[in-house]
Design a protein around this ligand. Sequence first.
Ligand code: CAA
Length: 286
Amino acid sequence: MSAVERLGVVGCGLMGSGIVEMAARAGVDVLVREIDAGAVEAGRARVGSSLDRAVKRGKLSAEDRDATWGRVAFTTDLGDFGDRQLVIEAIAENEQLKTEIFSTLDKVIAAPEAIFASNTSSIPIMKLGMATSRPERVIGIHFFNPVPVMPLVELVPSLLTADATKDSARAFVTGPLGKQVISSQDRAGFVVNALLIPYLLSAIRMFESGFASADDIDSGMVLGCSHPMGPLRLSDLIGLDTVKAVAESMYDEFKEPLYSSPPLLARMVDAGLLGKKSGRGFHDYR
Ligand code: CAA
């Protein structure tokens, strides 16, 4: 396939907005779909504040920021995605909604060489592929948060993904986006979350049992192991709803206690304490 010039991104939350920003800054034309006008405005604000921050830090000129905006358009209608060469779905971890999106995109995009990708952390790529008539064109392209900062992307082919799809996806993320790639089998959690989520859940259990305070658990790993942030602050950054959803997918797949979600995590999600994005999680961001 020729180089991707027209990208579609479904979802402009924490991850989607980062993907939109990276691709548009790299010169790619990006069409973003959000669910309604309010979500479009929230997505636009997320991309805008990240671009403004890059200008303030001297990493981007004001002219380049304006040119970047010139490459981004928003829609609420997936029907507008007909000319997209690659679509990256980045909505919340909801298998039913994701399969509906893949099934719709399959009908909307006629070009046989188009690629359908998901930024899912844990939902099997095979299930998303089977929601389309061309699972050979479906692949996982998993970014890390914050997307503009973290150099890694996990590429996750399913059993039926074609080599040409893998090669094109790799060329896009390593070329224009400048990321480094590791490959993973299509198993819940892939490589990074399979290792990271049990660690985060252990920290939540430790806090839940009164073993130590949130600040001390986090300081322990920052000062004792040189991690850039402690596990509770990192859970807040990822979003506690996402941590819970990823843990549940991994528990469903492997039935291992180390992936089981602690009750406190469920209660916090029920309470809307989702971490940094909601203003409060294990720490207070207000
Ligand atoms: N967007 C753009 N740039 C950002 C940013 C954002 N949201 N957040 C931070 N940065 C940039 C800053 O501009 C700064 O760049 P310069 O030094 O070049 O000016 C740099 O990152 C450092 O930022 P800060 O000084 O503000 O803060 P920090 O030093 O505390 O770093 C951090 C913040 C980059 C988030 C760092 O703490 C970190 O790397 N944390 C770990 C993040 C991590 O593990 N992410 C993976 C999560 S798992 C996941 O995403 C997968 C999943 O499926 C759940």
